[in-house]
Unconditional design. Structure first.
Length: 251
């Protein structure tokens, strides 16, 4: 149960970016996102420079472009929403490829796509170069609420356990000839969900009692030192610092 394993978003490596303490990378990504959001949508050159900066980080970290592109599927809802804005938008209209589109809607769509894409790529690079547990420890070092960090830690640690329990329950149903085909099978799925909740709750109680018996007092022990040096802070904050300089130059 306590054995470590790599998350599917994490790409093991020994680059400079991988070796940076997690709190440095978290703060750098957060600051970079703030700069991107604060950039006016008319500054096309600034957004191009931001994309180049992320490309440099990906190259230094050894993260392939195909790896990043495959994990950008999370952005699909934003893309679909952005495509509908010019169609249903109001105000001045223009014709593009035979379609009458709203000019303010086009600007809004570009704003959403550009900033969302840069934010998603920055988050993918963070996840690809930092293990999930290290990210949570970095959040703890940045003085985020301890209770929220511990909840996220437990969710991360036991999510695979719950998924495995769901898989076993599905195999048990199918081995008895059950196959969900229409709405008549909803009660069976609902009862399975209730049983899964009860099993998860009972497992959580057993884990909590086991933790208390081992001296748990409300704080998770930290066995790895993530104290950053001034040089590491400088390397991490170089990304938002250069992005801020680009925004100032192109203002």
């Amino acid at each position: 149960m306590g054995a470590g394993h790599h998350h599917q978003l994490y790409l093991p490596g020994g680059s400079v970016v991988h070796r940076l303490p997690p709190q440095c990378k978290l703060l750098a990504v957060f600051a970079f996102a703030l700069v991107v959001v604060a950039t006016p949508r008319e500054r096309f050159l600034a957004f191009a420079c931001y994309a180049v900066l992320l490309g440099v980080v990906a190259a230094v970290a050894g993260v392939p472009p195909l790896y990043v592109s495959r994990r950008m599927a999370v952005e699909v809802p934003f893309v679909l929403f952005a495509f509908f804005i010019p169609i249903v938008g109001l105000g001045e209209r223009t014709t593009v490829l035979g379609l009458s589109l709203s000019v303010p809607g086009l600007w809004a769509a570009w704003n959403i796509l550009a900033k969302a894409t840069l934010g998603v790529v920055a988050s993918i690079l963070l996840a690809a170069t930092t293990e999930p547990r290290a990210i949570l420890l970095g959040a703890q070092r940045l003085r985020l609420p301890s209770l929220l960090v511990q909840i996220a830690m437990f969710m991360l640690r036991y999510l695979d356990v719950i998924v495995a329990e769901m898989r076993r329950m599905r195999v048990a149903r199918e081995s008895r000839g059950f196959e969900a085909r229409d709405l008549r099978h909803v009660p069976v799925i609902a009862r399975s969900a209730g049983a899964l909740f009860i099993r998860s709750y009972e497992r959580g109680e057993r884990v909590h009692l086991a933790m208390l018996s081992r001296g748990y007092s409300g704080q998770m022990p930290i066995f790895q030192d993530f104290s950053p040096s001034v040089r590491q802070w400088g390397i991490a904050l170089a990304l938002p610092a250069v992005a801020l300089a680009v925004m100032g130059i192109t203002w």
